[in-house]
Design a protein around this ligand. Sequence first.
Ligand SMILES: [Zn+2]
Ligand SMILES: [Zn+2]
Length: 395
Amino acid sequence: MPVGQDYYQVLGLARGASGDEIKSAYRKLARQYHPDVNPDNPEAEERFKEISEAYSVLSDPEKRQRYDAFGPAGVNGGGGGGFSRQYGGGGAGGDAFDTLFDLFFEAAGGRGGGTAAQPRGGLDGQDLRTDIYLSLEEVMTGVERTVEVMRQAPCETCDGSGAKPGTIAETCSKCRGMGQVRQTQSTFLGSFSSVRPCPNCHGEGTVIPHPCPDCNGSGRQRKKEEMTVEIPAGVESGMQIRLAGDGDAGARGGRDGDLYLVLHVRPHERFERRGADLICEWELTFPQAALGTTAEIPTFGETVSHKIPPGTQNGTPFTLKGHGLPKLQGRGTGDLHIVTKIVTPTHLGEEQRQLYELLARVESGEMARENGKAPEREAEHLGLFDRIKDFLSGG
Ligand SMILES: [Zn+2]
Ligand SMILES: [Zn+2]
């Protein structure tokens, strides 16, 4: 990062920005400048590094406090732990997102291993989970949802430090900031030394001489928060979206928990779903099945036409390529399958009745006989029962 560049400026924020403002500014910029979105663009990569660096300091209440007090010197190799994260580097972990995919979305199973935090004190935030119910229409288009989450948020009074405003945490005098103490025990077999967390600072390396009155020094407050999240098109039931750092806030340098949104797609009254494919039943009347017709199928936001050829039987499938659901991450679109269902009328109007009676007479050969002609296509129209009779009598 160029000398003199301010972390707040990098994220486009004022100095008093809240933890959530920092997070959302970071997300927005990271999506914009992520190397995956800007391949072979060294400027964007440089910018992305700056953004990640600024975020990793400002999102950590302890580092932020040092930065606010001492500037970059307070966080670069200075105080306990220091700051060493580089984008694409040795997997130091931390709070920043590793891939663009992480920024938006993560399939079930969490992010897996490989992100072990650097040892540091404080209290880690819990991961939280909330369920989101979606309609198939929303899966089709993707949707923006506002979720309400009860979470441990950084205390606004002390900005998560736990220290009364105007005071700061002090290095623990017992362990001199190490967070652990060595204890030597003498036994008749010799002396043994063991290392254990410092009892004075509970392993944090710092103590708060003047606790914040609003959170009693915990640095956190339970709060109901609203978050807006974009759910991409094509998601399926059981998938999860991870919002890194939106779980319970860590306190005094601990890691923030993540928020997992577990998705559920409600069944649709007309369409059945198989992956990105949609299946629906398509009803045909007798004349439509016999004469052929054009099916006008209303899907989500469009009506799709498909020719049904004459002589279509019950249960015939037709596939309409590319009229299913979008696949995740723009990997194409599924198909729409319709399966015919021929519907027998239950109530006939007078005109219909006459026409069906006429048809029945034609099909039975009665009409032809009346007109002195041979019955038309009689054999084809023999019922199943008649055919079995013919078969049994050897005809
Ligand atoms: Zn507080
Ligand atoms: Zn200590």
